[in-house]
Each structure stands twice: as structure tokens, then as C-alpha cells.
Write a protein that binds this ligand. Structure first.
Ligand code: F6P
Length: 337
């Protein structure tokens, strides 16, 4: 599976008769494309697929519905997830996980595919270890913070959506010679902010993982204004760890004696049609998950590393961390002089 050239399955070997799929945690554009790829790959291999609505909640409450090839028609281009999702607090209890396992067994499910983020992967790992049900995770989160994969489904779309918004902001910023502070998603992770800052030509970027200094940001913006820069964009990750966009805008307003404008892009980044890159990634990962099941792989995350689809055992993936490259923050500064 890891040579990148053999991602379709030969459909041989012992195969389960029925598997289940859920989407869990924050939705991400491309989740529907992943469900479609799982259902169609499984169907071709003669495996039935049962979808459970509303993520782990649906396993607990038995919100099951059979999915066939026609159930996933006309979904590849749609954002959100037609299976719906949730962040289940109840699933954190052993009693609820026991109930979920009993429901899966009653439906004669032989493997579970979870399409979701890091929290969903941790839940999947605990659930699989407790119950012995083989669980496979397809990484989907706009945050791109899931260990075991270079890219998660939805990140590319979210970054492009934010860039489209900032390109529009740049037009009016330039016309009026203004400073805009733009808040993007990612309360615990700065991958979106960093990619957006680089792609938008921002003056500075604030991320949760790396300490920042408001005076330093003000110095940079003031200096470039003095040197004739007509428009300035500062990108800030949302959430308590950065404090969000408002304190940054207030500091800049005080220093520059002009009102720094604030734009919060928010959940707009989570919706919309997935980009070509996300559709492709979701399709390859969905097919990869079914192939892993057919191959009898240990419970794994189906990731993309250096362009190839790989299976990373869940026990290993949960112990890895995805770290931001601080040099990219220096690059934001270097390229916005
Ligand atoms: O799904 C990830 C994410 O969109 C983060 O980027 C964001 O910080 C968080 O979820 C927002 O969560 P909620 O949708 O619950 O407000």
C-alpha cells in the first residue's frame, strides 16, 4: 500500500461481509467524498456498508442505515457530511462505548471506519482496544493536525476559502491604505493560519503553538507603513491560546493611530465544495481504508505521506505529534518586507 502505485485492491483474501462507517468531530469538506469511496470500494468487493448517523452518538443510539452505491451518488462535490456528525461527550464513558459495541455486534459489523479528526482517532483507538472491533481512521479535519498523515481531508479547502476571502479584503485594504487583522480557524493548531499567512502575503501570523509578542507585530507593521506599504494583513488563529484577533487589532490601532479592521472568517472555512485536492485525497483514503480491511491490516490510520497512501497502526499514530515548522513564520516575515 505504501508505494503509491498500488492503491486499488485486488479484492482477494478473506473479506468481512459487513463493515460500518461514521463521520465524527468537526465536519470537513471532503468527508462525503471519503464515504463515497468507502461505500463504492466495499460494494465492488462484495462487502455491505452500514452508515451510522451523527458520529459516535449514532453508534450509541443505533442510528444505522444501509449504504449502497446509489446512496452516495451526487455527494462527492458537497461539503459537510450527509451522515452528520457530533462531538460525543457520552462516548468518553466505558458504559456508552459498551453500548456502541453491542449495537455494532448486533448488526454483525466486522470492522468500523471512522472519518474524523485527532479526538475521533483517540476515541477510535480506545474503542478498538476495549472491544476488539477492528477500527480504521480516515483523517479528516480542516486543522491538519492529525499525526500519521501529511494532509488531512478538508485542510486544502479551508485554506483556499480563507485565501479567497483575504484576496477580497486585500482589494479594499489597498484602496483605503488599511490594516486588516483576520482571524482564521484552528484553536489548538496553527497549520491553517500559517498556510493562509504565506499564501496571502500577510505581514505577521499568530498561532497557538508559538509564543508571540504584540509589540513585535506592531513594530513590523509600523515599519512597513513608514516604508510605503499600502495594505497590511495580519493573520491570527482563533481561540483562548492566542486570545483571538481583537487584542491584536487593538494594539495595532493604538500604535498606528488608525483603526485596524477586524474580520473573523469563522465557520465559512468549514463549509463549501471540497477542492480537487481534497476530493482526490478523500477518494484515495476511502479506497485505502477498504483495502486495509481486505488485506487484514491491524487497526490503522490511513494517511498520506510523501504523496503515498500509508497505513499507520493506531497505537503508533496516537503517540506521534504534528509540529509546526517555526521557520515558516520567519518566511512570512521575510516575504512581506
Ligand atoms: O474542526 C476543527 C475546528 O473547526 C477548529 O478549527 C476550530 O477551532 C473548532 O473546530 C471549532 O469548533 P466548533 O465548530 O465546535 O466551534
Amino acid at each position: 500500500m505504501d508505494d503509491g502505485n498500488n492503491e486499488s485492491s485486488d479484492l482477494t483474501g478473506s473479506r468481512p461481509r459487513r463493515i460500518a462507517i461514521i463521520t465524527a468531530g468537526g465536519d470537513a469538506p471532503g468527508m462525503n467524498a471519503a464515504i463515497r469511496a468507502v461505500v463504492r470500494s466495499a460494494t465492488v468487493a462484495g462487502i455491505e456498508v452500514i452508515g451510522f448517523r451523527r458520529g459516535y452518538e449514532g453508534l450509541i443510539r443505533d442510528l444505522a442505515e444501509p449504504l449502497g452505491s446509489r446512496s452516495v451518488a451526487n455527494v462527492i462535490q458537497r461539503g459537510g457530511t450527509f451522515l452528520e456528525t457530533s462531538r460525543s461527550v457520552e462516548f468518553r464513558t466505558p458504559a456508552a462505548r459498551g453500548l456502541a459495541a453491542r449495537n455494532l455486534k448486533r448488526h454483525q459489523i466486522e470492522a468500523l471506519i471512522v472519518v474524523g479528526g485527532e479526538g475521533s482517532m483517540i476515541g477510535a483507538t480506545i474503542f478498538g482496544a476495549e472491544t476488539g472491533i477492528p477500527v480504521f481512521v480516515i483523517p479528516a479535519s480542516i486543522d491538519n493536525d492529525i499525526p500519521g498523515t501529511d494532509y488531512s481531508i478538508g485542510f486544502d479547502t479551508a485554506v483556499n476559502t480563507a485565501l479567497d476571502a483575504i484576496d477580497r479584503i486585500r482589494d479594499t485594504a489597498f484602496a483605503y491604505e488599511r490594516v486588516f487583522c483576520v482571524e482564521v480557524m484552528g484553536r489548538d493548531s496553527g497549520f491553517i493560519a500559517l498556510a493562509v499567512a504565506l499564501g496571502a502575503g500577510a505581514k505577521a501570523v499568530v498561532v497557538p503553538e508559538i509564543p508571540f509578542n504584540l509589540d513585535d507585530i506592531c513594530d513590523r507593521v509600523e515599519d512597513s507603513h513608514r516604508r510605503g506599504k499600502r495594505s497590511t494583513i495580519v493573520v491570527v488563529s482563533e481561540g483562548p491560546r492566542t486570545g483571538g484577533v481583537i487584542p491584536v487589532a487593538e494594539a495595532l490601532t493604538a500604535r498606528l493611530h488608525m483603526q485596524a479592521r477586524v474580520v473573523v472568517i469563522g465557520h465559512v472555512q468549514r463549509g463549501g465544495a471540497p477542492t480537487a485536492r481534497d476530493r482526490l485525497l478523500a477518494s484515495r483514503m476511502g479506497a485505502g481504508a477498504v483495502k486495509a480491511i481486505l488485506d487484514g491490516a491491524v487497526p490503522s490510520l490511513i494517511g498520506e505521506e510523501r504523496g503515498a497512501i500509508v497505513c499507520v497502526p493506531l497505537g503508533e499514530a496516537v503517540n506521534r505529534r504534528r509540529l509546526l515548522d517555526p521557520l515558516l513564520i520567519d518566511l512570512v516575515h521575510q516575504l512581506s518586507t
